[in-house]
Design a protein around this ligand. Structure first.
Ligand code: GDP
Length: 294
């Protein structure tokens, strides 16, 4: 990966000068290209600008690394910084022996319901007793869709009724858990096509009542620029604890993940890689960093 972009950069850098250390002029020239690469990968403009400023500071005066040329050295520095910004290592949500209750939040169409089913399959496979709660009362058929997924996975589902209050949901959930012990409850909450106050109020009320141990925002990788705004708004209103990025099997190069991660500082736990129940993987920052650089 350091080859193609690195060599392209080297051609440009040769015109600026050849030194054993990266000069300010080289870094400035290189960063113009890097910024372009980030924007092409759909990283938010402000995030790209800040990122480039941070790497520039580290890059000036840096020794050109052993077997690499100056262009490749820059790309390696950028790659390492991308990995760091994306979280370094793959991370997992917190799980204790019991009382785990996760909220899945996000805009309609992001892949919330699908991801809820995928997580149920993933954690059932790890020996967890999962219960799904179908609380997406917004999108017609979302609750039936989750019921179908639950059947496929082989886990029970509790369906929230239209007009049910958060208190009623809490009571029904407690009842359900008393009759049938579950150590991981995953709630598919209501989404809207666009962020609006009513959605946020509804989510916030349910959150106050159910007190989730994780609140995971589902972000569609294809939304690119919009991802920043979505992540920022949800985090401000319902305090996210982590992110799930879907549709990484599409054309998107993954810029949305960098934007969402940068603006919230929250770990990205999973990547959706297909429409199927098995299409869920841990999020690997180094792979995505490579993809963003193209
Ligand atoms: P929700 O409105 O957020 O609950 O969205 P859905 O879960 O219904 O997903 C919307 C569409 O995206 C459906 O057609 C899903 O099959 C599809 N989808 C969800 N996650 C992925 C993914 O990781 N990859 C692909 N290719 N499609 C996905």
């Amino acid at each position: 990966m350091f080859e193609s972009l690195g060599n392209k950069l080297q051609d440009i850098l040769d015109r600026v000068g050849r030194e054993s250390k990266l000069t300010e002029a080289q870094v400035k020239t290189a960063m113009r290209e890097i910024r372009m690469a980030l924007l092409e990968a759909d990283v938010n403009f402000g995030v790209a600008k800040e990122f480039v400023a941070r790497v520039s500071e580290k890059a000036v005066g840096q020794e050109v690394m052993g077997s690499l040329n100056a262009g490749q050295t820059v790309v390696k520095l950028v790659h390492d910084e991308l990995v760091e910004t994306l979280g370094g290592q793959a991370a997992q949500p917190t799980l204790t022996n019991e009382g785990n209750l996760w909220f899945m939040v996000g805009l309609q169409g992001a892949g919330k319901t699908t991801s809820t089913g995928k997580l149920a399959a993933f954690y059932k496979g790890k020996g967890r007793r999962v219960l799904l709660v179908a609380a997406d009362t917004q999108r017609p058929a979302a609750r039936d869709q989750l019921e179908v997924l639950a059947k496929q996975v082989g886990v029970p589902v509790l369906k929230v009724a239209d007009g049910e209050t958060p208190q009623e949901t809490r009571r029904r959930l407690d009842e359900h858990l008393r009759a049938d012990f579950r150590d991981l409850v995953i709630v598919d909450t209501a989404g809207r096509l666009q962020i609006d106050e009513a959605l946020m109020d509804q989510l916030s009320d349910l959150q106050t009542e159910l007190k989730p141990t994780e609140t995971l925002l589902v972000v569609d990788a294809m939304t690119g620029q919009e991802a920043l705004n979505v992540a920022q708004t949800f985090d401000a209103r319902v305090k996210l604890s982590g992110l799930v990025i879907t549709k990484m099997d599409g054309d998107a190069r993954g810029g949305a993940s960098l934007s969402a991660r940068s603006v919230t500082g929250k770990p990205i736990y999973f990547a959706g890689t297909s429409e199927k129940l098995a299409g869920l993987e841990p999020f690997y920052p180094d792979r995505v960093a490579g993809r963003i650089l193209g």
